[in-house]
Design a protein around this ligand. Structure first.
Ligand SMILES: O=C(O)CCC(=O)C(=O)O
Ligand SMILES: [Fe+2]
Length: 279
């Protein structure tokens, strides 16, 4: 990680398009550490939730609320990541908080698709009122491309505001009618990332991903951020986490601190039954 602030141009681009890619956000050593810890992490595999797509293909994800002193937490809490988020979220007077993080494990030939949705389509159900104060950050742990099911976005669709969501198999998806209308005038972008690249995206941007039909895994970590000023009134599992300012750590913590995988007790893993948005 470097110590570079986002430029006014990058901030403008995020506001205009609803997403921003920063290439090589992590250096090679950082990616390697993250990857090796992730694939060996027994807490991650033990708490993995299977989510089927509409064709029955299975995606695995592990989700936790409290960013700790493990490698993921140190990345989520790093000065560079938190400062970048701070410069993109609305209401700079209020502190940046962590809503939840998840490790997305799209295994070769198994990893399923994600339907078109807005993350705020879920989070609205948690009764957060202010979508401009929420965002997701995807860190590519492996390369992500068309072959292994990279994320796709509809550029500028965050400006539509929240779209109606309903069930699509086990997942919650955005109204197909509104997706179709958006695609008439807005660009459909495949967000291909190299391991170590980071994608910042607005809580209301429409996004999806295809199944992984390749023989390469597609692993990524997604951290979701919120402002302290944005209360999730129906957010019990993390009631305090999402409005507790992040305990920021230096950028070099990821490499220099003695950090490994997730600690079972501290993280507060999600079980499928417990989540209002997955139900
Ligand atoms: O990992 C992906 O391809 C998309 C996952 C996603 O959008 C989500 O979990 O909200
Ligand atoms: Fe999403």
């Amino acid at each position: 990680m470097t110590n570079k602030s986002l430029t006014p141009d990058q901030i403008r681009q995020y506001n205009q398009e609803g997403y921003l890619i920063i290439s090589a956000f992590l250096n090679e050593e950082e990616v390697k550490k993250l990857y090796h810890v992730a694939v060996d992490d027994s807490a991650i595999s033990k708490h993995a939730i299977n989510v089927n797509d509409s064709t029955g293909k299975r995606s695995k994800l592990s989700l936790w609320y409290k960013p700790g002193d493990d490698v993921y937490g140190l990345l989520t809490r790093s000065q560079q990541l938190v400062d970048s988020v701070d410069s993109l979220l609305d209401n700079p007077a209020s502190a940046v908080c962590h809503f939840h993080s998840k490790l997305m494990q799209k295994e070769p030939r198994v990893g399923g698709a994600w339907e078109w949705h807005q993350d705020y389509g879920y989070w609205y159900k948690n009764e957060f009122l202010l979508p401009n104060q929420m965002m997701s950050v995807m860190v590519a742990i492996t390369d992500a491309n068309r072959e292994n099911g990279c994320l796709q976005v509809i550029k500028g669709s965050h400006k539509m505001g929240r779209v109606e969501h309903g069930f699509a198999g086990e997942q919650v998806g955005a109204s197909q009618r509104y997706v179709d209308l958006a695609l008439k005038t807005m660009e459909h972008v495949f967000v291909e990332l190299k391991a170590g690249d980071v994608l910042f995206f607005h809580s209301n941007i429409l996004h999806r991903s295809e199944a992984n039909l390749s023989d390469k895994p597609r692993w990524s970590m997604i951290s979701c951020y919120n402002r302290q000023s944005n209360i999730g009134y129906n957010e019990s599992s993390s009631s305090s986490a999402s409005i507790t300012p992040i305990d920021v750590v230096p950028n070099d913590a990821l490499l220099t601190w003695d950090a490994a995988g997730l600690v079972e007790e501290g993280a507060g893993f999600l079980s499928k039954e417990a989540d209002v948005a997955l139900k």
